[in-house]
Design a protein around this ligand. Structure first.
Ligand SMILES: [Cu+2]
Length: 164
């Protein structure tokens, strides 16, 4: 458990490599746990999902891909499941992976997918109000510099399925 105390990112990376080394588990995938690609207002949103929380941990992450027909920025995310939601990136700080909030949010360039994934850009869910359970879903609101707002319902998946 010491690893968990040294930082969420380090803990997550360890758990991910553990999950990966134990192979994929496709057989139990439920249709309902897949995010349906959504096209709205010049935005294509795909592969959205949140990671089920682990034990009593109060933080988790949400991920997905956004493609925009215009130059834009994802400037804010929010959800009813967490007290605070931040847009984060991972940085390699002298060999230690850390994460930090990205000032001004994530840039969207036309016809180039902006990918949020474990270990990269992500939506950080801080201060979970209740555990995020796999096979259920949560709300996620995205706000863009252009003034666009998108309300999503995204699946919650266990960390073992995070790579799909
Ligand atoms: Cu983070």
């Amino acid at each position: 458990m010491n690893k968990l105390l040294t930082g969420l990112c380090i803990a997550l990376l360890s758990i991910q490599s553990f999950a990966m080394s134990h192979g994929h588990n496709m057989n139990h995938q439920h249709q309902s746990s897949q995010f349906e690609t959504m096209e709205v207002d010049g935005l294509t949103l795909s592969n959205f999902r949140a990671r089920a929380s682990i034990g009593q941990m109060k933080n988790s992450g949400a991920y997905g891909e956004i493609q925009s027909t215009i130059n834009d920025r994802l400037i804010k995310a929010s959800s009813s499941v967490a007290q605070v939601v931040e847009l984060h990136e991972h940085i390699n700080d002298n060999g230690v992976m850390r994460m930090r909030e990205v000032e001004g949010g994530f840039a969207l360039n036309p016809n180039e997918s902006m990918v949020m994934k474990p270990g990269g850009y992500h939506i950080m869910l801080i201060g979970l109000l209740e555990p995020l359970k796999a096979e259920s879903s949560m709300d996620l609101k995205l706000e863009f510099e252009s003034g666009k707002t998108v309300n999503l319902t995204i699946p919650i998946v266990s960390i073992k399925k995070m790579h799909h």
